[in-house]
Ligand binder design. Structure first.
Ligand SMILES: [Zn+2]
Length: 136
């Protein structure tokens, strides 16, 4: 099974791009298997498989470009648009989770967000801001 919890890198960060890519790839494999079951015509089968692979690959790139637009994922170092080589970072998805969404960044962001609910922290930030404005 494609358990999303197993998709973590060596730092324990969730590999969102890899997980989605693998999920779409699994669907593609099922489609290819179905084609094999249903067709005795080798020529048609080859055309069907090529077409199916292309469709799924393009669908992944659609999904990836939407997620990239919202800074949820970003292109992997291996993204060249040329011949594909195996990459240990993204495992073929050509994308990785955005550096904005790394656990360290998230903790930092949540500190700021929570500041609105934390009166003491809010006062501190306000005092800091006032002091800064006085110095200008
Ligand atoms: Zn890569």
């Amino acid at each position: 099974m494609n358990d999303w919890k197993n998709y973590t890198d060596k730092n324990g960060d969730f590999q969102l791009a890899n997980f989605l890519y693998k999920s779409i790839n699994e669907l593609m494999k099922h489609s290819l298997d179905m084609g094999t079951l249903l067709s005795d015509d080798a020529h048609k089968l080859r055309a069907y498989k090529e077409q199916t692979k292309k469709l799924f690959k393009n669908k992944w790139l659609d999904v990836a470009s939407a997620l990239e637009h919202f800074d949820i994922i970003e292109k992997c170092e291996c993204y060249t648009g040329q011949k594909e080589v195996y990459c240990d970072i993204c495992k073929g998805s050509r994308y990785k989770i955005s550096s904005y969404l790394s656990p360290d960044e998230m903790r930092e962001v949540s500190t700021f967000v929570n500041a609105a609910h934390d009166a003491e922290l809010q006062t501190k930030l306000q005092k800091g801001l006032m002091k800064l404005l006085e110095e200008i």
